[in-house]
Design a protein around this ligand. Structure first.
Ligand code: ZN
Ligand code: FE
Length: 255
């Protein structure tokens, strides 16, 4: 399987997975980069997976469906360009001979879903939309801190070698904030240096892995003492893990 991050707009990635003949894409906010990639590699688009309703994730769905006949899979409860096959927690999708499990991850939007496959080229693969970013997480537009924390906990519990395909290249800005939260995290410093070099070369910092995010992402580390202390300095109770998460998220909103 080949996994490509197609750049779109200023900082989106449209993930394209293909076996040399057939392809699927995730969250095509724009049809053009997808049509170009399909043509370049002579691929047929079988399916479109959608994680949530935002325009930068669904803007290309109609054009791609009409020009390729691709099946569209999306969340059960969000407004997605129709016809769409609707999915919720525990459902599965079979495309390209792979099985993707659906995980409900409310928080960024109310009905946001993620797609998880337990083996692509020997390691698990996650398409998580705008829920988990490298070094960060999505803004809480429709969900509560408790929902987002539960969603991130579910993703954090996936195997360490899971490849994490996020839909935005927000990594450097996220890591600047992460370093403010955990100035003494050596893994974070080393990873940040690697990401700076990747971007200087105009290469993506993604996919990340769940194991790496557990080491460096403050939003997956809200129970670690250093992160808790930062939240307590912002008036969260150390016993209240949702309040700790909310305080860190709020700090990032104003960073
Ligand atoms: Zn979004
Ligand atoms: Fe987005």
């Amino acid at each position: 399987m080949n996994l490509l991050a197609l750049p779109a707009f200023s900082d989106n990635y449209i993930w394209l997975l293909h076996d040399g003949r057939n392809a699927l894409v995730v969250d095509p906010g724009d049809a053009q980069p997808v049509l170009h990639a399909l043509e370049q590699s002579a691929l047929h688009l079988d399916a479109i997976l959608v994680t949530h309703h935002h325009a930068d994730h669904v803007g290309g769905v109609d054009v791609l469906r009409e020009s390729t006949g691709a099946r569209v899979w999306g969340p059960a409860t969000e407004r997605i360009p129709k016809p769409v096959r609707r999915l919720k927690e525990g459902d599965s999708v079979n495309e390209l001979g792979l099985g993707f499990k659906v995980i409900d991850v409310p928080g960024h939007t109310a009905g946001h879903i993620a797609f998880y496959c337990d083996a692509v080229n020997g390691s698990p693969l996650l398409f998580c939309g705008d829920t988990l970013f490298s070094g960060g997480c999505g803004r809480l537009f429709e969900g509560t801190p408790a929902q987002m924390l539960a969603s991130l906990d579910a993703l954090s519990a996936l195997p360490a070698n899971t490849q994490v395909c996020c839909t935005h290249e927000y990594t450097l800005a996220n890591l600047k904030f992460a370093c403010a939260v955990e100035p003494d995290n050596a893994d974070l410093k080393a990873y940040r240096a690697w990401c700076v070099a990747q971007r200087a070369d105009n290469k993506p910092t993604l996919p990340s892995t769940i194991g790496r995010e557990r080491q460096i992402n403050p939003f997956l580390r809200t129970r670690s003492p250093g992160v808790v202390a930062q939240a307590v300095a912002r008036h969260a109770s150390p016993q209240d893990e949702v309040a700790v998460f909310a305080a860190i998220r709020e700090w990032k909103n104003n960073f």
